[in-house]
Design a protein around this ligand. Structure first.
Ligand SMILES: [Zn+2]
Length: 322
């Protein structure tokens, strides 16, 4: 599906089958000579078909691609679209290239951390077969044009400034056109769902980074927010404030769950998740993985605030307590 948003900007809906996100919004910014694609969808047939046929209909060839962050549903197709250039955060490109060098080592370290937080080994093994970051990410070793906070990309009348917003991912980047008051928010700010804030080996305190990154963009003059998933909307500030309140609630739930020392795995079922399951046991293993990562991020935030403590038991498991 192609939708014209405004002069020179189109939205392409790239389907994500059997994924609760439903689709990725891929944007086309059209200039006189060059065109820019913001995000691509996953490296899988359904996404490729949708995006490549949309680009054909819009008569775009050899676009520049900008990737907001390293998740597979945004970076997946960068190697498949005949891009003339791929612009991507310097910090995240280093992470992605390291992952290409040794994917099993990259995932081993992460799985170990989750297991220390109580994630059962058997479920972790299942997760490794299903995680979209393993199945559907880009498979090519790619040359990226490394972007830093404040760098600008000029396409026709559009002047897009990179704003680094770590939190959802280690060095997520939004694009902001100050004159036209357009804000490509990636997965930093979404309207219909709240971005997943998980534990990252590359961030000290990912929830703190995320909340700071919300403040970094809150007061920008914006008339239209163009997010990575679901609906576009107008009032950035109102949504930023709503997401901040959401994390306050989640922090309270995590804190209240600690009637005794618990692992993040044990705390997770006490938190209200936006999932269509009644019981924690029925939650899909990949969603459990995201939920436990998010729980760790919240517990670590409370720990670093001094509200909690943690200990490592004889069984090697990390337990948080008040
Ligand atoms: Zn994402």
């Amino acid at each position: 599906m192609i939708e014209k948003i405004t002069d020179g900007i189109y939205r392409v809906e790239v389907p994500l089958p059997r994924n609760p996100l439903k689709y990725t919004n891929s944007y086309l910014v059209r200039g006189d000579k060059e065109s820019l694609i913001v995000d691509t969808g996953m490296n899988r047939e359904e996404c490729y078909k949708a995006l490549s046929s949309a680009l054909k209909r819009l008569e775009v060839s050899n676009p520049i691609i900008f990737v907001t962050h390293l998740h597979a549903d945004h970076i997946g197709l960068v190697g498949e679209l005949g891009a003339s250039e791929i612009c991507f955060s310097k910090k995240e490109s280093e992470i992605v290239l390291k992952m290409f060098d040794d994917p099993s080592e990259y995932w081993r370290a992460i799985v170990e951390k989750y297991m220390a937080n109580g994630f059962p080994e058997e479920e972790a093994r299942k997760m490794l077969k299903l995680h979209p970051g393993i199945r559907y990410t880009t498979m090519d070793r790619i040359e990226f044009t490394e972007m830093k906070d404040g760098d600008e990309i000029e396409i026709g009348d559009f002047r897009l400034r990179c704003i680094e917003t770590p939190g959802h991912s280690p060095a997520h980047m939004c694009l902001y056109d100050e004159d036209k008051k357009l804000f490509f928010s990636g997965d930093h700010v979404l309207l219909d769902i709240t971005p997943n804030i998980t534990w990252w080996p590359f961030l000290e305190n990912s929830l703190k980074s995320y909340l700071e990154s919300l403040d970094k963009v809150r007061d920008l003059e914006v008339n239209l927010v163009l997010p990575g998933h679901r609906r576009l909307w107008k009032d950035l500030r109102a949504r930023v404030d709503e997401i901040k309140r959401h994390h306050d609630v989640r922090l309270k739930e995590a804190f209240n769950a600690l009637d005794r020392p618990k692992t993040a795995w044990e705390v997770a079922p006490s938190i209200t998740w936006d999932l269509k399951y009644e019981r924690w046991e029925d939650v899909h293993v990949v969603q459990k993985w995201f939920a436990v990562g998010e729980t760790v991020a919240h517990l670590e935030y409370l720990l670093k605030q001094g509200a909690l403590q943690k200990e490592i038991g004889d069984d090697g498991k990390v337990r948080y307590f008040r």
